[in-house]
Every structure is written in C-alpha cells, then in structure tokens.
Design a protein around this ligand. Structure first.
Ligand code: GRF
Length: 201
C-alpha cells in the first residue's frame, strides 16, 4: 500500500520542516514528503529541502494576486498528489478557495496557546501580556487566521528572565515534537470534529 503524501509549505528557516522530515525518515510519521513549497525562493528551508533531495517548488509571492497565487499552489499540491498539507512557517493568509480544497487536510502550527496571541510575534505578545505559561498549538486551518479546530497543544513556562529569543527556543523544542505527533494522528484518521473540538475515536 502506498504511503500518504505530505506537502509542506514554508517561508523561512524551516526548522519545523526539518523536524517533520526527520520523523518521516525514522518512521515516526508514516508518510512520504511529496513536495516542499516556498513562496520565498531564497528561504533557508527550501535550500535544506533541496540538499535533502526532496521534490521542491517555489513561486515568489511578492506582488502576486492572492487568488491567482493560491490557485497555482493548490494546483502544484494536486499535481503531486498531496494528501495532507502542513504549513510550517508559511507566512501567508490563505484564500477561502484554497482552504476549501483541503478539508481536514490542512494543518498549521502556531507558537502560542491559541486562541491567545494569534498573528505575528506571538512570543513577544506573550511576554508583553505577562502570561506565566505559553506554548504551541497545532490546528486545522480554516478561513480565519490561526483559528481552526485545535489538534494538540504543548505548554512551556515563561520565566522571569525570558527574552523573545529564549522563550521562542523553548517553544520551538515543543513545536518540533508536537507537530509530528499531530500529523501522524491525522494520518491515522482516528479523530472526529465536534464543533471546535477534535476528539479521538
Ligand atoms: C514557528 O515558530 C511556527 O510556529 C510559526 O513560524 C515559525 C516557523 O519556524 N508558524 P521554522 O521556519 O519552522 O523554523
């Protein structure tokens, strides 16, 4: 039986992409990586993907029409027979048309305990707000930003001497663990969604 095919979308450093790839290679995630896509052709993550010999594609999004751009990306994912799309530091808000093409097959990770601190600079927002606990959230993507049903979360303490950098790296360690766990869970298909709740079946 052929393994499910992942499409990974990134815009930058790509450490979540690398963690997912490690877990695909060591068999923790039972899938193959069908396509790594970046809207920034110079992203570090896409360089790494090329070095690893993965199938890569880039289309520069700067100045592009959103609807047209997302149609091209969706077509690439379809052409590569992608079963599950994983956003991994993909710095774009997706069109509704794109999101509707991948029902329950589109995941994102965000570096806060959603619904707290959606959007940019979540770790900075957490420090500014003075929360004592933060973390990360893996969620299905819907048409609103950082808002779809939550699959998994992991928490970390916020320490008195934390900087954005120290808090981000503590959260990132959890991101690398929990995203793969969520991906494997979705691939196994033993969940159901009731309202906003993703429940194990
Ligand atoms: C991560 O913090 C992720 O939660 C957020 O963007 C960052 C991407 O980091 N969506 P990387 O490119 O995976 O290293």
């Amino acid at each position: 039986m052929s393994r499910p095919r992942l499409g990974i979308l990134l815009s930058g450093r790509g450490s979540n992409f690398e963690a997912i790839t490690r877990n695909v290679l060591n068999g923790t995630i039972k899938a193959e990586i069908a396509l790594v896509f970046s809207n920034r052709p110079d992203a570090r993550g896409i360089d790494r993907a090329r070095q690893l010999g993965l199938t890569c594609a880039t289309i520069a999004s700067a100045g592009a029409d959103r609807v047209e751009f997302d149609r091209k990306v969706a077509a690439l994912l379809t052409d590569h027979h992608v079963d599950l799309v994983c956003l991994a530091g993909y710095m774009r808000i997706l069109t509704g048309e794109f999101v509707r093409q991948f029902p329950q097959r589109l995941l994102n990770i965000h570096p806060s305990l959603l619904p707290a601190f959606p959007g940019l600079d979540a770790q900075y927002q957490a420090l500014q707000h003075g929360v004592k606990v933060s973390g990360c959230t893996v969620h299905f993507v819907d048409e609103n930003m950082d808002a779809g049903p939550i699959l998994l979360q992991a928490t970390v303490p916020v320490l008195d001497d934390d900087t954005v950098q120290s808090l981000s790296s503590r959260i990132l360690e959890q991101e690398h663990r929990v995203y793969s766990e969520a991906i494997q869970w979705v691939l196994e298909g033993n969940f159901r969604i009731e309202g906003r709740r993703v429940l194990r079946t």
